[in-house]
Ligand binder design. Structure first.
Ligand code: SME
Length: 158
């Protein structure tokens, strides 16, 4: 496992392309989901400096806060609620360019301006979501979606 994350200063695609194999090797030899979520959140935060990066796990039919990097956040989100609960319900990635324009957005922090939520899907079931918040509007696009979906697929299944 690499001891230090290599960060490429280029465009978003180049940065993800540099990050992806490093995440593969970080999580490839570890079976514990929480440990892997912790390193994925840290690697994304370190590379891109996002305002908030973290996971919520599906536990007893709710999303429960899991490893994250950034300010404290809401601990539980109900099915279908907020961006996270909607991504869980609809089993798809949701990009929100302006959080104020998303009906039912849950504001864990007033500094958040845009957001992307990617479901972690194992055997057709959402077991968690990866949530990333930016303090700038319109921070996320298809490139983020493509690479973040690849990144969550790398999490070793249990
Ligand atoms: N904004 C999210 C809640 C989680 S925080 O952003 C960390 C939502 O609407 O689901």
């Amino acid at each position: 496992m690499a001891e230090e994350l290599r960060i490429k200063n280029g465009d978003k695609q180049e940065m993800y392309e540099t990050l992806l194999p490093q995440i593969a090797s970080l999580v490839g030899n570890e079976t514990d989901l929480i440990a892997n979520m912790a390193n994925v959140a840290a690697a994304l935060k370190q590379t891109f400096g996002f305002f908030w990066v973290g996971f919520y796990r599906v536990i007893d039919n709710q999303l429960v806060l899991a490893p994250f990097q950034g300010p404290i956040a809401c601990t539980r989100i109900k099915y279908g609620k907020g961006v996270c609960g909607t991504a869980w319900k609809e089993t798809r990635t949701i990009i929100v360019p302006d959080v104020d324009a998303f009906p039912g957005h849950i504001a864990c922090s007033s500094a958040s301006r845009s957001e992307i939520v990617v479901p972690v899907i194992w055997a057709d079931k959402v077991i968690a979501v990866l949530d990333i918040d930016s303090d700038q509007p319109d921070s996320f696009d298809e490139t983020d979606q493509i690479f973040l979906e690849k990144i969550v697929e790398l999490l070793p299944h249990q």
